[in-house]
Design a protein around this ligand. Sequence first.
Ligand SMILES: Nc1ncnc2c1ncn2[C@@H]1O[C@H](COP(=O)(O)OP(=O)(O)OP(=O)(O)O)[C@@H](O)[C@H]1O
Ligand SMILES: [Mg+2]
Length: 275
Amino acid sequence: MPGEYILDVRDLVVRFRVKGRGGFTEALKGVSLGVRRGDSYGIVGGETGSGKSTLAKTILGINRPTSGSIYLEGREIDYSSSKDVSLARRNIGIVFQDPVGSLNPREPVYRIIRAGLINSDVPKDRYEERIVEISRQVGGIPQGKLWSYPGQLSGGEKQRVSIARALVAPKKILILDEPTSSLDVSIQAEILNLLRDLRRSMSITFIYISHDINVIRFMCNRVSVLYYGKVVECGGRRRPCSRHRPTRTPGCSPGACWAYRGLRYRHQTALQAGM
Ligand SMILES: Nc1ncnc2c1ncn2[C@@H]1O[C@H](COP(=O)(O)OP(=O)(O)OP(=O)(O)O)[C@@H](O)[C@H]1O
Ligand SMILES: [Mg+2]
């Protein structure tokens, strides 16, 4: 139904050229998913290289789709148009997997967060007020730290800076690409709680990417499994995948269901082993 989804990804294929071999690798093999307004939509993939980050980057126009379409609020994004790409980036924020790599070590925190305001609708004379406000909202960045450099911050503080940069200008959708995978367990819980609070207070739709099924259960109301570039929609986070019939869903791999079960199994085994 048109307009049902805030973000609608249809049959997305992304291929990368492989240097030296004259071939290509197909990171996404016809991915389709529909994210409703207000969803916290989980994308889970246990395998490294299953295409999670590629999907996130393609939605934002960092990678180009090879084929397929992405609709934002019912309107197709034309990734060959810089106007369309910048409109998508104005509406969709991202927090990357690795806070160290995504924060420029030579920029103080204030300037890093300020970068999130460039090309936004926030007028320049409100930049400072907005940066101070978002630093307070994400917690852990006291005013005194706004002129610190990323190297002087802890892992949790760095990730708070990434979240502040993503949300300093108003966004409709926030993509979180494994935002806690590099953090200590105690800090992970703080960041997950912070994200849940921000989602509620700012009414943002989340796309939450993780390889950790428990994190997805805590954060998300709907889940899809990405398995070697194919997706299977699993419905609600509590409904077991086994009730779903993936072979009937276009673009879905039956293997994805088994991948999801494998994740649950591995998680249970790890718990039993006290890991
Ligand atoms: N810019 C690129 N050029 C060539 N190949 C790429 C590029 N980006 C990703 N790939 C390939 O696409 C596949 C999917 O990678 P991607 O980073 O999306 O996986 P992922 O699910 O995010 O993995 P991880 O769990 O390790 O973060 C991998 O085989 C990767 O090597
Ligand atoms: Mg990734």
